[in-house]
Write a protein that binds this ligand. Structure first.
Ligand SMILES: NC(=O)C1=CN([C@@H]2O[C@H](COP(=O)(O)OP(=O)(O)OC[C@H]3O[C@@H](n4cnc5c(N)ncnc54)[C@H](O)[C@@H]3O)[C@@H](O)[C@H]2O)C=CC1
Ligand SMILES: O=C(O)[C@@H]1CCC=N1
Length: 270
């Protein structure tokens, strides 16, 4: 049987993508197949209707579009160029969607040993709740239109924007890793709420504040700086908090942190 979509690597992101495809009806679960050395992971996929492939070769034989969803460091371990699963790759038939951070389409072609059509996508975990942000880029040998399935798939699970491949390291730093920065803020706010004696209600107070602020940010025409100004009464409580953050160089630290994420993405691709 032929499947429109297959996953090499049935980890967390692959699961989020497959569940999203099935939930939104972009690709029904029975039209997807997955390969992973972990039986446990394959069972998770089977539990919502995705077929298990015997191995990566079986997957490549069965699937037309292959999602590369292993860790970037695993790419070379998938097989020698032109050997194993890569032997069965037909550049006419197969399209790849790679979500691996940092790995260029040229590097993927080199690892596979053939000039294949690669669409690179940098998604993020909020796609699990239909609020994802994905950057989609055509790789070296991809043609306009090869990204249509990726745009439909990730667009159905949130927002998807076309970017050029050279910008994907920056996209990774901003939106790929971005949810972790927000969760970091949530962790710190919850720790503070605990310390200030609000432990019982801390989770709700913090979560609803972040949710409401994100909604306001997205619905309002104001810039983040204007929205912040509207919270900040002169000589008030917010001014005390923001003054402390500025004094401590938190803004510069955040900019430097995103630069570090971008640099690590470049390094992963080497
Ligand atoms: N976690 C995130 O927020 C994001 C991750 N990514 C990218 O997604 C990719 C996957 O990340 P996660 O899902 O978080 O990792 P994960 O560790 O949950 O999934 C990787 C899966 O690959 C499987 N695997 C290992 N060797 C294999 C092989 N030889 N053949 C087939 N499968 C094999 C593992 O058993 C595992 O289930 C990474 O390349 C990462 O850069 C991209 C955007 C966001
Ligand atoms: O941390 C990482 O490398 C991956 C890529 C973006 C989010 N997680």
């Amino acid at each position: 049987m032929r499947y429109p979509l297959g996953f090499i690597g049935a980890g967390n992101m692959a699961e989020a993508i497959a569940r999203g495809a099935a939930r939104t009806g972009v690709i029904p679960a029975e039209q997807m197949i997955a390969a992973d050395p972990s039986e446990e992971r394959l069972q998770v996929f089977e539990s919502f209707g995705v077929t298990s492939a015997s191995d990566n070769l079986g997957l490549v034989n069965a699937a037309d579009t292959v999602v590369l969803a292993v860790k970037p460091q695993m790419l070379s371990a998938l097989g020698e160029p032109g050997q194993g699963a890569w032997w069965a790759i037909d550049p006419e038939r197969h399209t790849f969607i790679s979500i691996m951070a940092g790995i260029s389409s040229a590097k993927i072609c080199e690892a596979i040993g053939k000039p294949v059509r690669v669409v690179r996508v940098m998604p993020n975990t909020p796609l699990m709740v239909g609020k994802g942000m994905a950057g989609v880029a055509l790789g070296e040998h991809a043609q306009p239109g090869d990204d249509e399935l990726a745009m439909r798939l990730f667009g159905a699970c949130g927002e998807a924007v076309r970017v050029s491949e050279k910008d994907l390291d920056a996209v990774t730093a901003v939106s790929g890793s971005g949810p972790a920065y927000v969760f970091y803020l949530a962790e710190a706010m919850q720790a503070a709420a605990d310390e200030l004696g609000l432990s019982e209600q801390a989770r709700l107070l913090v979560n609803q504040t972040i949710l409401g602020s994100a909604e306001l940010l997205s619905q309002s025409d104001d810039t983040p700086a204007e929205l912040r100004r509207k919270v900040t009464s002169p000589g008030g409580t917010t001014a005390a908090a923001i003054g402390h953050l500025e004094e401590q160089g938190v803004r510069e630290t955040i900019v430097a942190a995103l630069r570090a994420a971008r640099d690590r993405s470049i390094e992963l691709g080497k």
